[in-house]
Design a protein around this ligand. Structure first.
Ligand code: TEU
Length: 573
């Protein structure tokens, strides 16, 4: 092989993340190895083969660290250990080793914005005096009012209520307040403090040394708060305190827009986070081919792209894409915008439709008016149209997986799993539910344990005993893996086929262009590395262009050679 070609191969291996498909494992709900109803690492290791067969490249694990589980593990008490519910460090090592034999990389979820209130540092801070070095690792402030009885500012928690909680000092008197953007049990670190930064350097190295392929970084846009902790500007274009997709006013320049959003949202998207991004990145660069993906809910995409500039994140989740409904014009716009925005800084775009925080897309797409992100759906809400959701979700996945860049899959979407939309309140664990007195039911509905073998027991094989920390809805029996494996036209076989062809034609690294010559007013078409991806959004069937039909989302080809509404085909021209 000529040297230049060898070099480009080496670059491609090292930059595997540019085109990868990463599968998100929610450890509580993937597979339970010890029968206690809670998923665990040995459970995952035992089922790894199914993921290799699916054809993904890497697995991102939501947090499995020692944690009181007040926010399902996003409240970490010890960053360098595994929670006994999920296993041990030795189980992690076995997982990494087995995954390696199957060609799968393991990505760890790092939660640097806040710890659990059970973290030794926070416990020490509670016992120490105001102004001490222990308090300086978190964000403690005196309250307002004559006796400090009012919170230091008007910030609202993402989960509802104030971001401030008042503590009782060691001498028994009411004292300072501490900041928590999320639950009371999740105090925010003070990232202006070098000791905090140095501690996280060592946490990153700990997991990289153990063979982690990299990190998904939680709340990447929240670690720095505006100086002086000014009030949020009320009536601003914020959403749960975060930028709303409608925040953009067209007459503003990009700089004006960012500045305005930084003032309106003093704890999101501040300039100082970029310095932290670079610090994390420099640690990853000490290793060979590791990767970090930022979870940054910032809008618009051109602003998000500033997180993947050279020297910062490799990837960020494309939430603009996730929030786009199944709509021809909107999808075309967001794909173009994504490729332009990320391309402008030399980064690949990513694509994602579901995760553990949002309503599963098979359910979202069964609504005309989608309930708000993070709020969830309960038994009292209007219920989705299941058939419509299935049809559109399969089409949306087929549309997404042909795009160039990195794609993310959330466990269970390859089965077409819907959200549990009738979960009884007594099972709920999401702090959102408790902090809003049930007004927002929260995210438990997308976190229900996976069905593996239909009818094996009450949990459809999730655990050996039938125990399951959240009950599955009755429909999960129909969606179980055993009902889909090897069944032509099943969603599982569709995903396998999509991933196989995506790899075979190297579409993750592909040359993309819109293909207007194949479009009409109801369809969208693009060509990536010679493969035509055609989506019909509404109305009449359209003729499938000549070529090899690689993939179709249609269950049966009743209409031989035609593509119905809410269906997608891949054709090799
Ligand atoms: O989510 C961060 C985030 O920005 C939230 O606003 C998210 O959109 C939320 O689910 C909306 O209701 C991350 C994790 O993904 C989430 O599971 C955690 O609860 C949160 O951080 C706190 O660690």
């Amino acid at each position: 092989m000529p040297t230049t070609e060898l070099l480009s191969h080496a670059r491609k291996d090292a930059e595997w993340w540019r085109s990868s498909v990463i599968y998100q494992i929610y450890p509580r709900s993937f597979a339970d190895g010890n029968g206690d109803g809670m998923g665990d690492l040995p459970g995952v290791t035992g089922r790894l083969k199914s993921l290799a067969d699916l054809g993904v490249d890497a697995l991102w694990f939501s947090p499995f660290f020692t944690s009181p589980q007040k926010d399902a593990g996003y409240d970490v008490a010890d960053y360098k250990n595994i929670d006994s519910r999920f296993g041990t460090l030795a189980d992690f090592d076995s997982l990494v080793a087995k995954a390696k034999t199957l060609g799968l990389r393991i990505i760890v979820d790092l939660v640097p914005n806040h710890s659990s209130d059970q973290h030794v540092w926070f416990q020490a801070a509670l016992k120490a005096a105001p102004g001490s070095k222990e308090r300086a690792r978190y964000i403690f402030r005196d309250g307002k009012g004559a006796n400090g009885e009012l919170p230091p500012n008007n910030w609202e928690s993402v989960f509802g209520g104030s971001t401030w909680t008042r503590i009782t000092e060691a001498d028994g008197t009411l004292g300072q307040w501490y900041l928590h953007i999320f639950d009371t049990s999740q105090p925010d670190f003070n990232w202006q403090n070098e000791e905090v930064r140095a501690e996280f350097d060592s946490v990153l190295r700990f997991w990289l040394d153990r063979g982690a392929a990299g990190f998904r970084i939680d709340v990447a846009h929240g670690m720095i708060k505006a100086d002086g902790l000014p009030d949020i500007i009320q009536n601003s274009t914020t959403m749960s305190g975060q930028d709303s997709p409608d925040a953009v006013k067209t007459e503003e320049t990009q700089e004006e827009l960012i500045r305005r959003l930084q003032i309106e949202n003093p704890f999101w998207g501040q300039e100082g986070v970029h310095e932290i991004n670079r610090r994390f990145r420099s640690i990853l660069d000490e290793y060979d081919d590791r990767v970090m993906c930022g979870e940054a809910w910032v809008h618009p995409l051109s602003r998000m792209a500033s997180y993947v500039k050279p020297g910062e994140y490799h990837q960020t989740f494309n939430f603009g894409y996730l929030e786009t409904p199944w709509n021809k014009e909107k999808l075309q716009d967001v794909v173009t915008e994504s490729l332009n925005a990320f391309g402008a800084v030399g980064a690949p775009s990513t694509w994602v439709l579901s995760n553990h925080d949002v309503i599963r897309h098979a359910t979202r797409m069964g609504y005309d008016q989608v309930p708000k992100q993070g709020d969830g759906i309960g038994p009292k809400y209007a219920q989705p149209d299941e058939a419509k959701g299935q049809r559109r979700a399969r089409a949306a996945s087929a549309f997404m997986l042909g795009l160039p860049g990195g794609a993310y899959i959330y466990q269970g979407e390859e089965l077409g799993l819907p959200e549990h939309t009738t979960l009884e309140d007594k099972y709920r664990e999401d702090p959102t539910f408790f902090r809003t007195n049930g007004e927002r039911v929260g995210r438990d509905g997308c976190r229900v344990p996976l069905p593996w073998e239909a009818g094996a027991n009450e949990s459809n094989g999730f655990s050996t005993t039938g125990a399951s920390w959240l009950p599955q809805p009755p429909s999960y029996k129909r969606y179980a893996r055993s009902e889909q494996e090897g069944v032509a036209g099943s969603t599982l076989e569709l995903y396998k086929r999509l991933l196989k062809e995506r790899k075979a034609f190297d579409m993750g690294n592909g040359e993309f262009r819109w293909a207007p010559e194949f479009m009409n007013e109801n369809t969208l078409a693009y060509i990536n590395n010679g493969i035509l991806v055609l989506a019909n959004f509404s109305g009449d069937p359209v003729v499938i262009p000549a070529g090899d039909l690689l993939v179709t989302t249609q269950h049966d080809l009743r209409l031989e050679g035609e593509l119905e509404h809410d269906q997608v085909v891949w054709v090799k021209l």
